[in-house]
Structures are given as structure tokens and as C-alpha cells.
Design a protein around this ligand. Sequence first.
Ligand code: UGA
Length: 473
Amino acid sequence: MSTRPRLTVFGTGYLGTTQAVCLASLGFEVLGVDTDPARIAALAAGTLPFWEPGLEPLLRAGLARGRLSFTTSYRAAAQFGDVHFVCVGTPQRAGSPGADLTQLRACLAGLAPLLARPCLVVGKSTVPPGTAASLGERLAAAAPAGLRAELAWNPEFLREGHAVADTLRPDRIVAGVWSHRAEATLREVYAEPLAAGVPFLVTDPATAELVKAAANAFLATKISFINAMAEVCEVTGADVLALADALGRDPRIGGTGLRPGLGFGGGCLPKDIRALAARAAELGTGPALSFLHEMDAINQRRRARVVDLATQAAGGRLHGRRVGVLGVAFKPGSDDIRDSPALEVAARVRALGARVAVFDPAAMGRARRVHPDLDYAGSVLGAARGADVLLLLTDWPEFAAADPGMLANTVARRTIVDARHALDADTWRDSGWDYRAPGRPWQPPRGRAAGAFPPASGPDAAAAAAACLAAAI
Ligand code: UGA
């Protein structure tokens, strides 16, 4: 192997593109590989297939310096690379909770017979336990280089919206290896983050692949835990935001990932917990992870709960109401709408007969392609215009900065459901808004009359009646 290994990256989705671009920015020669010629042509022209802060300038710099190139040819990649990163998608299988490993198997099946010289193939995709072992055997059997074409597993922990920083300075690098040679190669590739003090954890490949699946399962569990507490808050009158704050100050619990609201979505957490639980069941240890089904169910209930809150806020029915929706991306800082809780709520509200106007700073184009039945506004004000109810569904910072006084003059009724707890409730109530948020007690608006629909029944109706009485006294 040469002093500086040449790298290939298979799969130019979120993970692969970020990996290729960031490794080129560290000075490696990198070849990105994908079976989609249109995607490869766009990347070679300096255009990302998705939106990610800070990544496109690095892509262009890599291309301009001649360190980064793209191809659809597996043969060219096999000849080029000393280390081959496999970053293809492992989506949920249609009609089953398990992971669909078709792309991963096809990638290895296409690459292995072309590997004639010593190299390291590094799996980065999120996979169910046992995948590395079976792929390692297939690789050794199919590669002309035999055992000198080795497999390692090096999972990725990047978050969308923070992909560049998470790749260049991750919390940890996990190297799942079967040999010292593989470990040495990965140390060489990651020399710069290692020199900066990033911990390098050497494990066997089975542990490495499980670290990733377990990390996402833990994150999902933490989010669902606080959302389950939000359900308890709703029947006890407790406030989930104050609860999360108090819990998170215990360093053993920690406040990160403890934000209650609309729950998790995206291309990773939902499908990864299903795939892990399904694999555990296949391996005969289903009960060990059966709690993940409950986490999934809690998460799904958040979406229904926010639709309920919207219905209550609209006076008991959504049919014929105008609803303004702020945010459809699965989280801020991303244009990703895969399994987006926000987009699903918007679509359900539309299906219940409301007219829905949506605004999102990044995800409008993608949402429009999937849901042409929604109206798309050019701004927060546009989405709010004439609305009977506003729904804040993705916690973009620009929504938190919106002026409730200005929006009050735009909407038909000053009623907002803050599904992500992004707004300061008192400020909005002081501007006359009927402010509602999941897991928080309802309080009447203050200041000028809100023009909201009165709550029809339940604890909110009792609180409204008490407020009217207090006002009358
Ligand atoms: C997640 C993990 O955080 C990454 O470590 C992992 O590498 C990645 O999946 C992956 O497997 O590729 P990501 O999907 O980008 O990253 O998003 P997160 O920031 O984890 O958020 C996931 C969802 O949970 C979002 O919908 C977000 O709004 C929601 N969330 C997050 C909450 O509802 N509450 C929280 O406290 C945190």
C-alpha cells in the first residue's frame, strides 16, 4: 500500500457524499462511486443532491484541487482505491420492519470480484447485527486478492445539519477490525482527527456494527421516554418542559436528546430501531429489545396527539379551517422529509378537510413533490395569512424569532400549536395568542382578545371557563 492510501466511497447519499467530501478536505485523493449517473454528474459539477450546511463549498474545493472525483465505474474504483468505504443505503424493507440490505449486498457483489490487490473494504452503513461477519466471508471468497481484501466496520454517527463537523471531529471513531493491518490503515485515514484528540475505539466488527444500532436505539428511547412523560403530564396537569429541564440537570441523565414534542423522524432513528428489534427477534432474543416496539408506538402517538391539539385549537373540527404550517423538514438544518413527523401532521390535517399553507426554509421543494395537495407559501407571514390555527412543527430558529405581534395582524385567529416547544409561551400569550403545546397545561391568552375558538370540553374547557369567570369578577 502507498504511503497515503487512495480512497473510494461507494454510495453518494448523505453519508457517502459527506464522507467523500470530508476525506478529500483532509488531503486524500478520493473517488466517489454511485450507480446513478445523474447524481454522479451533478456531484462532479459541484452540486449536492441534498442540502447540508457547509458541505457544498468543501465539495467544490475538493473538485477544484483535483482531489475529488466521481464515477459510476466499479472497475475504475477497484483499480483506484486502497481503502473502499461502503456507504450505501440500508432502508426499511417494504412491508417488513427489517432492514433492506439489497444495495449493500449488490455493492459488495459488484466490487469483490474486481479486487485483485490488497485493500481494505470498510463498511459504514447502519446494519443489523451479524451483517459484517456474513459480508466478510463473501468478500474473501469472491475477491481475487483472497484474504488480502479484508473487511472492517467503522460506523458513522453524523447528524444531518451537523454532518461536516460530526465527520471531521466526531465524538469517537469506532474501528471494528479483524487484524492489526486493518486497524493501522484506519488510523492512517483518521490521522488528523486522532491527532486532535478524537478517541479511537478498537473493537471486533460485530461490536462496531452493534455500537451504531445501539446508539440510535438509545437516542430514540430517550426521546420517547420524555414524550411518554408528556402524555402523563397531560393527564396530571404537570408541565413536560419544566420536567425535562429538571431531569436533564442530573448529569447521569443529561438534557441532550430530552426535548419533548413531536418526536423523532428522518431516515435513521425510526427504521434503525425497527431493524434492530427485528434482527434481535430473528436471533432468538426478541424479548431483550421488545421495548423498542413501545418506543416506536410512543413516537407514532405524538403525531396523532398534535393533530388532536390542532383539532381542539380549531374549535373541534378541522374541516373547512385554514391552517398555517411552519416547518415540514424532519428537523431544522435539513431539507430531509423522510418519515418527517411535521409533514405527516400537515398531510393528516389536510386529509381532515383543512386548507393547509406550509412554509419551510429548506424542504419546500421536496415536500411539494410528495404532497402537491398542500399550499406552499413563500414565508412565515405567507403561511400565517388568514389562518384559523398556526402549527409550528419543525423547530427552525427563524420560527422562534417570529414576532407574535406582527403575526397577530396576519392570521384570522390568534391560535398556535407549538409542537416543538420552540416558542416562549408567555410572550405569545401576552400578545393575545391562544398558545398550546403538547405536555403543557393550557392557559388562557392575555392581553387583547385572541379571537380563538373556545375549548369545547375537557380540562382546557374548565380552564377557559375559570379564566372567563376570573375576568368577569
Ligand atoms: C441520528 C443520530 O443522532 C446520529 O448520531 C446518527 O448518525 C444518524 O441518526 C444516522 O443514523 O445516520 P439524525 O437523524 O440526523 O441523526 O437526527 P437527530 O438530530 O438525532 O434527530 C432525529 C429526530 O429526533 C428529529 O426528528 C428530531 O427533531 C428528533 N428529536 C431529537 C427530538 O424530538 N427530541 C430531541 O431531544 C432530539
